[in-house]
Design a protein around this ligand. Structure first.
Ligand code: SF4
Length: 486
């Protein structure tokens, strides 16, 4: 099969000017239910976390079968694919690649492997920081790899330790003691569902219950809502659960370390209707916008949000400032992930392919434009130009996060540090670069207050360089130009 453009986002606007998500995972144990379709709908809800590939694996008591391919969930699975995936346990994955080539079918997940005669499928959200070290030592022991992902390293380690201990739970426990970084993992065998989360809890993972009694794990609560599952609780950092005919079993597989949920989940990644740390993200984003209105007030005629995450924040800014809220930009939702090359004339439209301004709303107005982040600055610059071309009289950018100065090593694609505009430029220099009349960022303190939690419960390394784990020199190399404090 030839998929010529898989993984190469068409160069509409070079690379996106915001961090890219790094996968959604979903799992369900529900004998007697159509677990493949439950997973399919769960993946639809998690589509925003990754649009490069999607896959579903089902265990039917005897074996595990997987269907995966490049593209959106709606493109990958047909009715007959789902009809053929019958069983009592399933997992699913939507992928945005941060490690491994995005063009390889093998790198799409779920990752299928064998432990003796037993088949397992595994799906991973996050990024390990000691993958090379682990791969080298496994290769030294004669282990051969089929893909270039850290997910395969996890599966291989689990297989290795399970063969020693004769039980997957012990295999997972030993693997968790060795792997370092961010991981929210769902794994199935022919008859059981396992899920485990790194000891810092960097990527989210929640547990839910179906009305009929089955269990669900999902990256976000929106994956539970879509199939009518009730949110039971978040999985704890360092926790492992097993769900099978023996019931629900949870254990603290490795000790919890400093909780470090990625704060970008609150700012941008997670869907606004998801709940994290008992907080609805829509409300957190609304409060971020309201705090900006107090911190960085401005005289203006209209507040607009950059879809999607800027919109609730813009509503909050408008409520707090008394300036009317309006819809000024409409998003072409999935155009950035099409696999068809645009013509040169379409390519020249740049940001217009993704956002279309409502001229009659914007023309002649002094605008407050609320966005979630500025990473490299190029898209903000084009956005400002787009709004000026649509007749805006003034443009005041308000950003619901502090300046992004440090790259991510935990599964979010934020470029190398020298490409982060705020790592080298002052706020006023960034303002000048993007061409806005004024620019203000939310402070770290106000961002945390909007979540309703404490600063010590988050990873905020993008903003303060304080990484929850020490980043090995081989991983830092080439990505950092400044010394971090972590
Ligand atoms: S470094 Fe940034 S994007 Fe990465 S986990 Fe931490 S806060 Fe999230």
């Amino acid at each position: 099969m030839t998929i010529p453009h898989f993984g190469e986002e068409p160069d509409f606007d070079q690379r996106p000017d915001r961090p890219e998500e790094a996968c959604g995972v979903f799992g369900v144990y529900a004998p007697g239910e159509d677990v493949a379709r439950l997973t399919y709908f769960g993946l639809h809800a998690l589509q925003h976390r990754g649009q490069e590939s999607a896959g579903i694996a089902v265990g039917d008591g005897e074996t595990v079968t997987v269907t995966k391919n490049h593209g959106l969930v709606s493109k990958v699975f047909t009715e007959s694919d789902l009809d053929s995936l019958t069983g009592s346990v399933a997992l699913g994955h939507t992928r945005y690649s941060t490690t491994g080539s995005s063009t390889s079918w093998e790198n799409a997940q779920p990752h299928l492997s064998a432990i003796g005669h037993q088949v397992i499928a595994l799906a991973h959200n996050g990024n390990l920081i000691n993958t090379s070290e682990l791969r080298d030592s496994l290769k030294g022991n004669g282990v051969r790899f089929r893909s270039t992902t850290d997910s395969e390293v996890i599966a291989t380690l689990i297989g290795h330790f399970t063969q020693q201990h004769h039980h997957i739970r012990e295999g997972i426990r030993d693997t968790m003691k060795l792997i370092r970084g961010a991981y929210s993992v769902v794994l199935i065998t022919e008859e059981a569902l396992y899920a485990f989360r790194d000891p810092h809890g960097i990527r989210p993972l929640v547990l839910g219950r179906l009305p009929q009694g089955g269990w669900v794990v999902s990256s976000e609560t929106c994956g539970l809502d879509i199939i009518g599952a009730e949110h039971v609780r978040d999985m704890n950092p360092g926790e492992m659960v097993k769900i099978s005919a023996d019931g629900f079993q949870a254990e603290q597989a490795v000790p919890t370390e400093k909780p470090s949920l990625c704060i970008f989940e609150f700012i941008y990644f997670a869907r606004p209707d998801s709940v994290l740390y008992d907080c609805t993200l829509y409300e957190a984003r609304r409060l971020m916008g309201a705090a900006l209105a107090v911190d960085a007030p401005v005289e203006a005629d209209l507040v607009i949000g950059v879809p999607d995450s800027g919109v609730p924040a813009a509503a909050g800014f408008a409520q707090a400032s008394g300036i009317p809220f309006g819809e000024g930009l409409v998003k072409n939702r999935y155009v950035g992930r099409t696999f068809i090359s645009p013509t040169q004339s379409i390519r020249q439209q740049g940001i217009r392919l993704k956002l279309n301004p409502l001229r009659h709303v914007i023309e002649g107005k002094r605008l407050v434009v609320v966005d979630d982040s500025i990473v490299r600055g190029n898209t903000s610059r084009k956005l400002v130009q787009l709004l000026r071309d649509a007749g805006a009289a003034e443009i005041h950018m308000r950003i619901t996060s502090p300046p992004v100065r440090w790259p991510c090593f935990f599964g979010i694609d934020t470029d190398t540090q020298d490409q982060l505009i705020a790592s080298a430029k002052s706020v006023d220099e960034v303002r000048e670069f993007i061409g806005a009349d004024s620019l203000a960022y939310l402070t770290l303190e106000d961002m945390v207050i909007a979540t309703g939690r404490g600063a010590d419960e988050f990873c905020m390394a993008c903003f303060d360089g304080d990484y929850p784990l020490e980043i090995p020199e081989s991983v830092r190399k080439g990505k950092l130009v400044l010394e971090s404090c972590g």
